[in-house]
Design a protein around this ligand. Structure first.
Ligand SMILES: CC(C)(COP(=O)(O)OP(=O)(O)OC[C@H]1O[C@@H](n2cnc3c(N)ncnc32)[C@H](O)[C@@H]1OP(=O)(O)O)[C@@H](O)C(=O)NCCC(=O)NCCS
Length: 141
């Protein structure tokens, strides 16, 4: 299957976004997924060229001056282990190369993946509002 990488979600429709947010208690709808792709400062998508289905994505938000943050990276389970996640990250880090700091949070088991991309482990702090994950709430944004 031929995969192309895109840096805009403008051609994407909700029907092209399915199977993401694996394991999430309240997975966002495809429409909400599309909304967050469009509102992110930077996005890189891995798209199946024949079907236009999105099989992987990474988003970034920045202050446009010093710092950028990578909130979400995911490759559909059927497409994992073929280098797509690494390629999405390499392309995103290249788009963010002007920034002094590029941060993300991840589980310890993924640290080697990010170390291969030139990042280093650090301590972090998180806040998660699980009750804010319903689509009704997202629609109010
Ligand atoms: C993490 C993720 C994006 C990687 O995507 P991928 O396309 O499978 O990654 P790649 O094929 O480019 O993998 C590159 C290397 O990373 C490592 N790696 C990938 N996923 C890993 C995992 N879950 N745990 C440990 N190492 C992992 C592997 O060593 C792999 O090397 P290999 O080719 O020798 O096996 C994908 O597993 C995913 O979507 N996971 C669920 C969501 C998630 O955890 N996102 C990250 C949030 S911080």
């Amino acid at each position: 299957v031929a995969i192309v990488y895109k840096t805009s979600a403008s051609d994407v429709l909700p029907k092209h976004l399915s199977g993401f947010f694996v394991g999430w208690l309240h997975p966002p709808s495809a429409a909400t997924h599309l909304e967050l792709l469009r509102r992110s400062d930077e996005v890189v998508l891995a798209v199946e060229s024949e079907t236009a289905q999105v099989v992987g994505f990474v988003t970034a938000i920045t202050d446009g001056v010093l710092s950028a943050f990578i909130p979400l990276l995911e490759v559909l389970p059927a497409h994992q282990g073929r280098g797509i996640g690494g390629e999405l990250m390499r392309r995103m880090l290249d788009r963010l190369r002007r920034f002094y700091m590029v941060d993300l949070s991840c589980d310890a088991q993924l640290q080697p993946f990010y170390e291969c991309l030139g990042m280093r482990p650090a301590q972090g702090m998180l806040l998660r509002r699980y009750d804010r994950l319903t689509d009704d709430e997202a629609a109010e944004l």
